[in-house]
Design a protein around this ligand. Structure first.
Ligand code: FES
Length: 109
């Protein structure tokens, strides 16, 4: 059993060459910092894991994150979206529909 109530994985992958986009170039580090700030402000940092990751797959829709144990995916994140996700999903246990990513691992995104 995990020590965390939720665990967030946030892509901050960076690509040095042009081509496929990367979450770092789209604000992934700012999104990660916003999650750390929100969790800390709300006293959740001991109950909610926050881990930066490499590419999660849906690069064209980044910045992305996935929340476990539910396996809920979010995309196109901004610091404002982070506030909603922490408030509504992490604290309220209701995924934020307007930021969801409809991930289909078979579509080869
Ligand atoms: S670079 Fe973030 S999902 Fe691929």
């Amino acid at each position: 059993m995990s020590k965390y109530q939720h665990h967030l994985f946030v892509c901050i992958n960076e690509r040095p060459v042009a081509g496929r986009p990367s979450c770092a170039a789209r604000g992934g580090r700012e999104v990660l910092a916003a999650f750390a700030h929100e969790l800390g402000q709300r006293g959740l940092d001991g109950r909610v894991g926050l881990t930066s990751t490499g590419c999660l797959g849906p690069c064209f829709d980044g910045p992305t994150c996935v929340v476990y144990p539910e396996g809920v995916w979010y995309a196109g994140l901004t610091p404002a979206a982070v506030t909603s996700i922490v408030s509504e999903h992490i604290e309220g246990n209701v995924p934020v529909v307007r930021h969801l990513f409809d991930w289909n691992p078979d579509d080869g995104d």
